[in-house]
Structures are given as C-alpha cells and as structure tokens.
Design a binder for this molecule. Structure first.
Ligand code: C2E
Ligand code: MG
Ligand code: MG
Length: 734
C-alpha cells in the first residue's frame, strides 16, 4: 500500500480561490496520512473496492492484497505481469467489445467502468475496473491507477437469466433475440477486420400440415429432431438459431465461396427431407433455403437478413425444396411486386381491368365452341401487366375475391352477346374457391345476366384439393346443381392425384402446356403422358383441352393422341371481346392454324448485355449462351484465340476466361473456374468482387452495386481499346 499511497498523496494540493489566484493549502498533517492509509486499508479489506496500478510499460505494479487472495493466491509473480494478460476482454458468447482492452490501454485512454474477465485455471472471475492514465511532470505516461470490484456473482446470475431468455427452450438452439444480437455484433467486428460472413435462412415446407394433422406435441418433437439434424450438418462451422415457428437461421462466418454454401444448403435440404419417426408414426417434410453473404449482399445485419429473406421467398416460390442465393434482381422483383400490390387496389375502381378471350377450338374441325376469359390489366405506366404477375399478388393480399367476382359478372354479361353455341370459361382462384360465397356470386351473376348456366364453365386448379377435400367435392356438386360446367385447369402441374378425378364431377380436363411442349419430339415422354390423360378422361366421360399449342407439329401430335379440344397461339391468342364479337357476327367460327412448323428449343439462348474486361479496357458484348464451363459472346471484332479476358456477368461476378474459338464478331470462351448452379436453374460464379476491394480504391463500403464494379474494372479507363466494338444495336435477336 505504501508506494501507491505515496503517489495518491504526493505533491502539494492546490485550491483555486474565487478570484482565480491560487493559494497553497496547509501541508498534509502526518495524522491525515495515517487516517487516509487506514481508510484505504479498510476499504480494500471490505471487498467494496480494490486498487490496482500499472507502470509505464503496462505491467501490474500494485493490486490490493484481498484481490490477489481472491483470484490468484498461489501466484507469486502476479505483480509484474502485463495488465492485458491479467485483465481479459469479456468476449461473452464470442462477441468481443468494439474497442478491446488492449487497444484502450495502448491508446492510454481513460478506462470507463468495464467488465473484464480474469481466468485462473478453470475458474473465471469478472471484475468491473476503471482507471485513469497518469501523466508525469515531464508529460510522460507513467502507467494507470485504477479501482476494481468483483462482479462475478451478479454476472453469473445475469448470464443464467440471459441464457434462459436467449435459448429456445424446445430445441436448445439460440432464439431469435440472441442470434440477431450475435449477427449484429459479429458483422460490426467482421467489417473492421474485412472478413466475410454468410447467413442461411431455412424454412420447413409442409410443417404446418404435420402440426395440424398429427397434433402440436408431434410438431414439437419434429422441431427437436430437425434441430438435431441441423446441428449435425452445421457442426462447428456456424451457429444455429430458431427464429420462428419453423424457421431457422444459421450464421456461417468466413464463408463466401458459393460452391461451399450450396453444398451445405443441399445437404441440409436433403437431410431434413428424410422421413422422421414421431411416436411410431412417419412424417415427411421439406425445407427451402435462402442465403446471403456479407459484405456482398449487405453490410449491416438488417440488410443481410432482408436479403436472405428475399432469397428464401424466391426459393419457396421456385417450387420449395430448393436453395437460392440472394441477387439484386430479387430486390427489384420484390419492389415490382410491392408496386403491383399498391396499384392493384385501385385497378378495379379505375377500370383498368379488362377481360380478353382466347378461343378454344375442336380438334377435328378447328371450330370455336368456347373461349377462355383471361384477365388483362392495362396499367397507366407499365402497360399490360401479365396475370401471371398480378393474380398471385391479388391472392396474397386478398383482392382476388373482388377481382374474381368482377370477372364472373363481366363474363356472364359478355356471353349473352354471343351466339347460343358459344360458351366461356372463367378462371377461379383456389383462394376464391375457399371463400364461402362463391356459389352465391355465381348464382347472382347468372340471374343478373340471364345467361344459360351451361354456357359458363369454371376453371379450377388442382390446388383446391390440398385443403379440405370433402368441402371441395361438396362445392363442386352444388355448382353442378346450379348448372355450370367445371374444368380442371393446368392438369399435371400441381398435386396430381388421379383419385380425385373419379369423385369430382369435372366436364373437362385442361392438359397443361408443359406437356404439350416437345410432345412431338422423339424420346420425349410428354406424348405418352398426353395419351394417358386423354384415355383416362374419355373413360370418365370428360373432354380434354390441350393448352398452349404453338406449332403445327404439336397440333398434329396432340390430335393424334386424341385430345378433343385445342387452345393456343397457333389458333389465336387472347383477344378483346370486340374481336370475338366480330368473328361471331361474320360467322367465321373456324380458326386456321397459323404458326411455325416446329418448336425450336435452341431459340432459347441467353441474350443479354454483359461487360468484358481486357487489359485496362471495358467493353459491352452480347452473351449468346452460357454454360458451366464457357460462354459464347458477340460484339467484338477479331479477338485472337488465346486472349485472356474477364467476363462481368453482373452482381460482382467476374469470370476469368480465355478465347478458344473466334470467328468475326463471335467468340467461344472457356472459364478458368467453372460456374456453379445458383439454385434457380441459372448459373453463378463461386466468388464475387468483394466490397472491401471496392472500398480499398476509395469508394464507399456498401453491398455490391454494378456501377462500383464497372468503375473498378476499367469503366473509367481512357486507355486505347485493343478490339473494335460492333454497334450492339445492329445485332439481330435471333
Ligand atoms: P391459365 O388459366 O392456364 O391460362 C392459360 C395461359 O396460357 C394464359 O396466360 C394464356 O394467355 C396462355 N397461353 C395460351 N396459349 C398460349 C400459347 O400458345 N403459348 C403460350 N406460351 N401461352 C399461351 P395468361 O393470360 O398470362 O394467364 C396466366 C394465368 O393467370 C392463367 O393461366 C390463370 O391461371 C391466371 N388468370 C388469368 N386470368 C384470370 C382470372 O380472371 N382469374 C383468375 N383467378 N386467374 C386468372
Ligand atoms: Mg385457365
Ligand atoms: Mg391453364
């Protein structure tokens, strides 16, 4: 105590008088010194607080005796130890403080009350320390003086409580709160250290069904088993949390290679999709995965989670049981969708919706007997918006009921203006089908328009069978009693089960265009599937319509398989009511097939503008086709074979390639590293340009932006270009 005390009481104390001039106080009496020493001694012993001091070289030179007793009685050489070896950062759950103690000490900062950890063998103590740097008379730093108090007990109980509130009691995984806190602090420290970090969001497919049919305890048991499998897959590569009912999040530090990530995602999907045994019963679920990687897709945690969420949404939309990486297109799609949602609410009121009608002709005489009503939205700014874009949004936000009701009234009215022998088919969404008033709406529309019920056909998709099958069958029977006809739309694309065909009173099956496409090609099974559906339908006394017939050879094949009706661009696309009325009035009920002989699948080549970097120059070229190992490009004149280039495929994806073939304006390139699947039938590079590299050349650190990538890859270069660029506008599209 003596040495420290000397420092604490050293020097004559001065006090400022009101006038500003200083008068020395009377020298400290020796009895004061003794009193102070006694006071400090008893303070040290009381455990209320301890003292510590270090020298200019950062070594511990003093620590209150009771404090030493408490943590390291056996350690003789504690005094003289480096302060930063004794007081450790409290990196609770792997989260280090932003400014480490080492940093604070090295910077000679004042230490505000900070919790530090002291480890002795397998024992850990927590102290709260504070201290201030001592600057000597020669302005030299002479170490720290500080105080400390033991907070071990309160930290331990606080952590126990936190643990309870941070872990999911069902699965033992981190809960949403903990995993999100962890991600935020990790991303902050990773940003400083220029490290990358991937996150994976997993959502179980069909979990709700298990919960609903097998009961909640079974659902809980399933979640436990899912958590156990996930732990096995992830191991110590990352941290797993359950962030919602059946949603999990995995943090994967230091992974940015998308090949590694897709491997993990595929394994997770595969393992979680294996059957589970729950109380002797078998349950099968699936899993969809969305992934995003910092700093490429987001710097802060909120941005990154949002990106992974969009990817998950896309994975689910893409058919479930898939993984998907985030890409900026998804954000554009999401904002497009959001815009549609906003505008759709007004579309009906503003009368922007219209019904168009596509003829359905008989297979034998190509005579129109029915038209399918297809909704069209003339958006004031976007032009025609496809129902494939807006119907799903309308279903999600619930406007489909209003749109559907409007469609039924509109079509019923329209049909009364056409000859008796012509009917119209109306699409009914599964959401609308599930509402209680469909039958009542149909009855009202029939009554109001006075149309004969048998001229109206309702097209329903297989998805209505997913819910309550009994209810679906009851509604079908009631609709039949009303007198309308029923058609099963998009047959073969959904939850096809032939069993419901036997019970449901359909008049017609519409074979989806995916079976029509390619049905004339050799070695393609579609022809056989069409034939099977046709024979089944005729056995059940149902008509068959082949949808989306585009070419003459498809027509020939479909007709040969025995389909009774044809619908498709080969005869006519959907047209405004006035067009149909004109044809009816002029009695032209037969449609001629007008279109190509054959379907050419090779037409579907990639066709987009991309960047090409060579030396310091950046060019724009057309990407004609893309495979894992190479690409075909057009737009540069006479590039010698062997030239090394870099293709900028967008989104920071740079692929090093060399020219293998070159002919005029067209080159065949081979990639140095093959591309990998992006999870959505597309391809992507394993690595991307890192935003840290972009930051290093003086640009802002942010998630990848094409402009940033272009700027650092020769976009600003004024260097003379080695190759002649062809005006891309002059290149034809096919
Ligand atoms: P869908 O009921 O299967 O309708 C057939 C779709 O195939 C229509 O697309 C039609 O234009 C298109 N199509 C017809 N012939 C060809 C062809 O030869 N080639 C190609 N590639 N396509 C062809 P559309 O009009 O874009 O409608 C898409 C979907 O939106 C419809 O599929 C239907 O599910 C839904 N939809 C359209 N109108 C309504 C509506 O009024 N209510 C409801 N609930 N859904 C509707
Ligand atoms: Mg339809
Ligand atoms: Mg269809």
């Amino acid at each position: 105590m003596g040495r420290l005390l000397k420092r604490f009481s050293g020097g004559a104390t001065k006090i400022a008088k009101a006038g500003g001039e200083e008068t020395p106080l009377a020298p400290i009496q020796s009895s004061d010194v003794a009193r102070r020493a006694a006071l400090l001694d008893s303070l040290e012993k009381s455990d209320l607080g301890w003292f510590w001091a270090s020298d200019g070289a950062g070594r511990l030179i003093y620590l209150s005796e009771p404090a030493i007793e408490r943590v390291m009685p056996e350690k003789e050489d504690l005094i003289g130890k480096q302060l930063s070896d004794f007081f450790k950062d409290d990196d609770y759950e792997g989260v280090s403080p932003q400014r480490t103690l080492k940093f604070q000490l090295a910077a000679r900062n004042s230490l505000r009350p900070t919790v530090v950890k002291i480890e002795n063998g397998d024992r850990t103590y927590w102290w709260e320390i504070s201290g201030s740097p001592r600057i000597g008379e020669t302005e030299q730093f002479s170490g720290y003086h500080g105080i400390a108090r033991d907070v071990t007990a309160s930290i331990a109980s606080q952590r126990d409580a936190e643990k309870l509130s941070r872990y999911d009691s069902l699965t033992g995984l981190s809960n949403r709160h903990r995993i999100s806190r962890k991600l935020s602090s990790m991303l902050i420290s990773f940003k400083a250290a220029k490290r990358s970090c991937a996150i994976m969001l997993l959502d179980l497919d069909r979990f709700k069904q298990v919960n609903d049919t097998m009961g909640h305890p079974a659902g809980d048991e399933l979640l436990k088993q899912v958590a156990a499998r996930l732990k096995r897959i992830i191991g110590d590569c990352g941290e797993i949390g359950r962030i919602g009912g059946d949603e999990f999040q995995v943090i994967l530090p230091d992974i940015e290679d998308r090949q590694d990530l897709s491997g993990i995602a595929e394994r997770a999907i595969q393992m979680l999709s294996q059957p589970y045994s729950i109380n002797g019963m078998r349950a099968v679920i699936g899993c969809s995965v969305g992934m995003a990687i910092a700093p490429f897709d987001g710097i802060e945690s909120e941005e990154l989670v949002k990106a992974a969420d969009l990817a998950l949404y896309a994975a689910k939309g893409g058919g479930r049981g898939r993984f998907r990486f985030y890409s900026s297109d998804l954000r554009d799609q999401a904002s497009h969708r959001h815009q549609i949602e906003e505008d759709l609410r007004d579309a009906l009121i503003k009368e922007e919706l219209e019904m168009h009608y596509q003829p359905i002709v008989t297979a034998d005489g190509h005579k129109v007997v029915c038209v399918e009503a297809l909704m069209r939205w003339k958006h004031p700014e976007r032009g025609m918006v496809s129902p494939a874009d807006f119907i799903p949004v309308a279903e999600e936000v619930g406007i489909i009921r209003e749109l559907g009701e409007w469609a039924i009234f509109e079509v019923c009215n329209q049909v009364t203006r056409w000859p008796e022998g012509i009917g119209a088919a109306i699409n009914v969404s599964a959401v609308q089908f599930a509402s209680d008033n469909l039958i009542e709406i149909v009855k009202r529309a029939l009554k109001k328009s006075g149309v004969q019920p048998s001229r109206i056909e309702l097209e329903i998709t297989e998805s209505v069978f997913v819910g309550d099958m009994e209810r679906a069958l009851r509604i079908f029977r009631e609709l039949k009693q009303v007198g309308v006809r029923l058609a099963l739309d998009d047959f073969g694309t959904g939850y096809s089960s032939l069993s419901y065909l036997r019970d449901a009173p359909f008049d017609k099956i519409k074979i989806d265009q995916s079976f029509v496409r390619g049905c004339s090609e050799e070695g393609n099974n579609n022809g056989a599937i069409v034939a099977a559906v046709v024979s089944l339908a005729s056995a059940l006394n149902m008509q068959t319509v082949a949808e989306g017939v585009e070419t003459k050879d498809e027509l020939k094949a479909i007709t040969a398989q025995g389909a009774s009706h044809i619908q498709g661009a080969l005869f006519s696309r959907a047209q405004p009511a006035s067009f149909i009325t004109e044809r009816m009035d002029s009695g032209e009920l037969v449609f001629e097939p007008l279109g190509p002989e054959k379907y050419r699948s090779d037409r579907r080549t990639e066709f987009r503008k991309i960047g090409l970097i060579h030396d310091d120059s950046r060019y724009q070229v057309f990407l004609r086709n893309l495979s894992k190992t190479g690409a075909k490009i057009e737009g540069l004149l006479e590039v010698p074979v062997g030239t090394e280039v870099v293709l900028d495929l967008g989104g920071g994806q740079l692929a090093v390639a060399s020219v293998r073939r070159s002919e005029g304006i067209s080159q065949g390139l081979e990639f140095e590293t093959p591309l990998i699947s992006d999870g959505a039938d597309g391809l992507c590079t394993r690595h991307r340009v890192s935003p840290y590299q972009i930051e290093a050349v003086g640009r802002k650190l942010q998630a990848l932006k094409d402009e940033d990538v272009a700027a650092i890859t020769g976009g600003m270069s004024k260097a003379k270009k080695a190759f002649l660029e062809v005006d891309l506008a002059t290149l034809s599209v096919d």
